[in-house]
Structures are given as C-alpha cells and as structure tokens.
Design a protein around this ligand. Structure first.
Ligand code: DHB
Ligand code: FE
Length: 272
C-alpha cells in the first residue's frame, strides 16, 4: 500500500540527503538559501506555469523518473521510447481528420510567416503493436511550439489550440497531418530555475521537438517527443530528454504546395 511505499522510500531519501549535506559541508546559510529558492518556485507556480517541475527538469529528474517508469512498465524492447510530458500539454486538442493541418490562420501578416512556409512539413506514419501489427483507432495527440518558440497558451497573438491536434489511425494504423519543423527555444527562464541555470553558466535551450501522446484501448499510453536532427541542441538539451531513437530527419518533399518537408515515423505501443 501507499504507506508501505512511503516507509520504503523515506529512509533512503533521508539517508541520501544527509550524505549530500555531509559531502558538501552544507552550512545553515546555504540551506536557508535553498529553502528560500524552493519557496520562490512554489509561489510562482500555477496552472500556467510549474516552476518546481522546471527546477526538477533542469537537474534531469523528470527525464530520469520517466526513464525508470517506462523501463519498469515495458513488456517488449521494440516499444517506442518515452520522453517527458513537459509543462505545455493541453487536454481536448481538436480532433482532426487525417491529412489536415494543425497550423491555424497562417497568413502573410503573421510575423513568422516566411519561416512557417520554409518549415512546413507533412508528418505521417503508423501506430503498431510490438509484433508489428497495425493498431486501428489509436489516437495520436500532437503539440509543438510556434516558430517564435512559444506554445499557444504562452502567446496571446496565437489562436486557441494553435499547433495542437488529435488524429485517429485508420484500418492500416496510419495517421497523417501537416505541421511545422520545430525550432529550438528556451524553457521559461525568467524565474528562479532560469536564474539557477544562469548561475551555473548553462543555457536554457531545448532542441526543436514535437510532442506526442499516443493511446489506444488495451495498450499503455505513450508520451514522447521527436527531435529534429537539424539543430545543435539535440546533443545538449537543457532538460536531458533526448534519446537517439527519437531523433528524426525531415526529408525534402516535392510536389506538395502545403509542405516543403516530410517526416515518417511509426509508434510502437506496449500492451497494458
Ligand atoms: C520543458 C519541456 C518542454 O517540452 C518544453 O517545451 C519546455 C520545458 C521542461 O521540461 O521544463
Ligand atoms: Fe515542449
């Protein structure tokens, strides 16, 4: 039961905390600074911003627990690796027909119009079982930032649910949609977590990525991200979430007025 787990976990946590304090000769003044810092993170957090999670992310803790959890639950080694959810998921993204676009209201008056055209991409693939059978009716829930590096809820200039959509796989397990090649951008760095990064001489950038949540009845939901291999931060993610199997190459696309690039990627789900 939960108390049993707590009784197992707490002695270990206390042991490691004490060992850490002894190892670095932690002083009262330093401990007080740390308490103030964590309080600042808490005060800043709300529905739109989770500074405490961000703090965990920049020390690699969310990526580590994601890795531990997915290893623990995996039933085969062909499953697509997971990646962290991140702070910008929204429920109820629009359910769209395959082949439609998650880019809303793109007109020449949008400041990043040129870049959006240059980065327009057709993303498609299948959702499969670990033995390679197509899964029909799986939901592929996708989200990415705008070319200015902001997710729609961070940016009043974007329409609601911009760059978000859900697609259902067909008989052959296929999904398809139009999106943009993602750009690298800084995690929110105007709070305590960003200040800590600065003090450590670390950059706040994540590589360009597209988020996915893929789920189907009878299978374990997969939360993951695909990383565009074009930018330098694939090798240097501020939150340590990149895995080799999730780094992808966009290929130039000919003869499609709606996309300059294409990406094919199959997701493999594990049984529940
Ligand atoms: C983090 C993750 C993201 O995917 C993102 O877009 C911004 C921040 C994070 O782990 O803090
Ligand atoms: Fe993200």
């Amino acid at each position: 039961n939960a108390n049993g787990r707590l009784a197992q976990v707490m002695p270990s946590l206390v042991r490691h905390l004490h060992a850490f304090a002894r190892e670095v000769d932690l002083t009262v003044a330093e401990w007080t600074t740390a308490v103030d810092f964590i309080n600042e993170c808490g005060k800043m957090s709300d529905d739109r911003r989770n500074e405490t999670q961000l703090l965990c992310d920049i020390v690699g803790l969310e990526s580590l627990v994601d890795e531990i959890t997915s290893k623990m639950l995996a039933t085969s080694n062909s499953e697509t690796p997971s990646a962290i959810l991140g702070p910008f998921y929204r429920h109820d993204a629009p359910l769209l027909p395959n082949g439609s676009s998650i880019v809303q209201n793109l007109t020449p008056s949008v400041p990043w119009y040129e870049q959006a055209v240059a980065d327009s991409a057709f993303v498609s693939g299948r959702v499969l079982t670990s033995s390679g059978m197509p899964i029909k009716g799986a939901v592929v829930d996708v989200w990415h930032s705008a070319p200015n590096g902001l997710y729609e809820q961070q940016d009043e200039s974007q329409p609601d649910m911009n760059f978000r959509g859900r697609f259902e796989t067909d008989e052959a397990g296929c999904y398809a949609f139009y999106a943009l090649r993602p750009v690298p951008y800084p995690i929110p760095d105007d709070g305590p977590a960003g200040k800590l990064l600065g003090l450590l001489d670390r950059h706040p950038y994540r590589p360009g990525h597209i988020h996915f949540m893929v789920y189907a009845p009878g299978f374990r939901a997969l939360t993951t991200q695909l990383y565009d291999d074009r930018d330098e931060y694939v090798a240097n993610d501020a939150v340590f979430s990149v895995k080799d199997e999730l780094v992808v190459k966009f290929i130039p696309r000919d003869g499609d007025p709606n996309a300059r690039w294409s990406l094919k990627y199959d997701f493999v789900l594990g049984r529940e």
